[in-house]
Design a protein around this ligand. Sequence first.
Ligand SMILES: NC(=O)c1ccc[n+]([C@@H]2O[C@H](COP(=O)([O-])OP(=O)(O)OC[C@H]3O[C@@H](n4cnc5c(N)ncnc54)[C@H](OP(=O)(O)O)[C@@H]3O)[C@@H](O)[C@H]2O)c1
Length: 260
Amino acid sequence: MAKDTNKLAVVTGAGSGIGRTVALALSHKRLTVLAAGRRLQPLKETADIAVSGVKPVSADVATVAGRAAIVSELGEDRVHFLVHAAGTMPIQRLADITPETWRQVMATNLDARLHLTQALIPNLTPGGRVLFIGSMSATKARKGSTAYCTSLAASFMLQKCLKLELAQHAILVTNAVPGPVNTRMLQVGMAADVDVFPDSAEYGALREQGKLIEPETVGRFYAWLLTQTDDQSYAACQWDIRDESHHDAWIGSRGLYDAP
Ligand SMILES: NC(=O)c1ccc[n+]([C@@H]2O[C@H](COP(=O)([O-])OP(=O)(O)OC[C@H]3O[C@@H](n4cnc5c(N)ncnc54)[C@H](OP(=O)(O)O)[C@@H]3O)[C@@H](O)[C@H]2O)c1
């Protein structure tokens, strides 16, 4: 734990769900965390329940101004970890996708990951790590979720390209899939009309079977991945929380689906 003291992480989407639990898990390891999201109040709640060192910054990462707010808050501080967890998943029939909703999904789930990483290159320390929260939806097409699936597929390729591009700065990049996680995003999906989003039934069945992963478990996984893995493993693997080969290292004897 002591070795991570004074390290700084930037976590987007830190006001709820996965982003919040990553911020909390990193704060538990005594890192300082810049917690970004659009709504200030949920970010303050993240800071209030953290051990220490979580600084909320209201920033819409889909916009130039929002990303500039993060850069400005950092000043010349060195960043060790950048976690892209902000995301949006509208459930829509194909006919209902407008240019505006399509653009919002791409701007949040894809453009922000590129442009915020670019903007933070001067801050990212050599050996620093960038983490893309990935999704099974990058490779599995889901009816009613065209924009989300497309954005996550492109995001997956983006992190592969950034991995190559940022090697010259000794910055490591990876993608890690969290499985189906019991967050607001999934709850909205489960509540959706099954005609529009047939996978709502699949997620509902997983919930009945106790096979949704709690966000706290995911936060613990990502904090381990960021702070405890060696450089080669971090960057070389396409991580998936359900891969049991690494469970001993971060979850011990607890089950993936157990209450945290
Ligand atoms: N839940 C799952 O099963 C699952 C599975 C695979 C991948 N993921 C990924 O995990 C990430 C987190 O999702 P979640 O499940 O934790 O859902 P969530 O609770 O809805 O979290 C999404 C977060 O992103 C923030 N956000 C959205 N748009 C933003 C913007 N333009 N700028 C800044 N922040 C923004 C939201 O806060 P504000 O509204 O205040 O901005 C919110 O805190 C997403 O990237 C999602 O694709 C989730």
